[in-house]
Design a binder for this molecule. Structure first.
Ligand code: C2E
Ligand code: CA
Ligand code: CA
Length: 267
């Protein structure tokens, strides 16, 4: 979608969030809101759903739009905290009733920009979320690799405290930009999500086969759960499976869908 349309939509949402000047939010325009969608993660061999990622959609009264072009701005202006809290509440209200019969080790994940973990309201939303799901359902926070520029002991302490409360962490978009390998060990991640820029295949070969083989080994050594993102075709599925990658997320299995449609994916 055109960047300007997304920008306009985001301006409306921001106004709605702040309820500026005591006016009711955005009445003259079509209603806009932030809605959580969900995309499955599947076992590449059985096709079964093993987990799911919550993905934000901006609804303009007609279409559900990806926030991709606006995330940096939302993060910079800290509105991302209120949005994430709101999505966690929505998910808590709907998903526990849908996830009544899920496989062992099933997990749901949320995208978090590392500095968000300093926000007290968000931390309490995370604890609240944890309480609404059965303890057997894993809750994972996906931290984008680009948001971990430097080691920060305070952040690692916050992550430790959350881990004690049965919250796990994934490092997201791994391989997209420069990657801090030491983080994988030091900050206690449980999941490594390979960015789709390194899972592509061409002429019957994985473009980054050697890198992927190395990540499979690193994941085994560090006891990390490896997930490949952006799986769009059978060729990628087969080649990555041969490399030892088991969990996959991508349009080949499912696009992100509204929460209430997730029940069909579990069938
Ligand atoms: P991400 O965390 O890497 O999420 C995966 C993105 O890949 C999603 O884009 C998903 O729709 C897309 N995708 C999944 N399978 C395929 C595939 O097979 N092919 C292709 N080409 N794409 C696939 P989406 O939903 O547009 O989100 C884009 C990015 O926006 C996310 O990338 C994430 O960084 C950010 N984002 C989305 N929701 C949130 C959120 O709630 N909070 C934060 N902080 N960031 C979010
Ligand atoms: Ca993610
Ligand atoms: Ca990702």
């Amino acid at each position: 979608m055109a960047a300007s349309k997304l920008q306009t939509l985001w301006t409306k949402i921001r106004t709605a969030l702040s309820g500026r000047a005591g006016r009711p939010p955005v009445r003259k325009h079509r209603p806009v809101s932030v809605i959580p969608f969900i995309q499955s993660v599947n076992d590449s061999r059985t096709g079964k759903v093993v987990g799911a990622e919550i993905l934000m959609r901006l609804y303009d009264g007609k279409d559900y739009l990806s926030p991709a072009g606006m995330i940096a701005e939302m993060e910079r202006d800290r509105e991302i905290n209120a949005i994430t809290c709101g999505m966690m509440q929505d998910v808590s209200a709907v998903l526990p009733q849908i996830l009544t019969d899920v496989p062992e080790n099933f997990y749901i994940s949320f995208n978090i920009y590392a500095p968000q973990l300093y926000d007290k309201r968000l931390l309490s939303a995370i604890h609240q979320l944890r309480r609404t799901f059965s303890p057997s359902i894993r809750i994972v926070l996906e931290i984008v690799e680009r948001s971990l520029p430097e080691f920060d002991d305070e952040l690692v302490d916050i992550m430790d405290t959350l881990r004690e409360k049965n919250i796990q962490f994934a490092i997201d978009d791994f391989g997209h930009a420069s990657s801090s390998l030491a983080y994988l060990e030091y900050a206690g991640f449980s999941f490594l999500k390979m960015d789709r820029s390194i899972t592509s295949a061409h002429n019957g070969k994985l473009v980054y086969r050697r890198l992927i083989n190395s990540l499979v080994l690193i994941s085994q050594e560090l006891d990390l759960h490896l997930v490949a993102e952006g799986i769009e075709n059978e060729e990628q599925r087969e080649l990555l499976t041969t490399c030892g990658v088991k969990d996959m997320q991508g349009y080949l299995f499912s696009k992100p869908v509204p929460l209430h449609k997730f029940r069909e994916k579990l069938a």
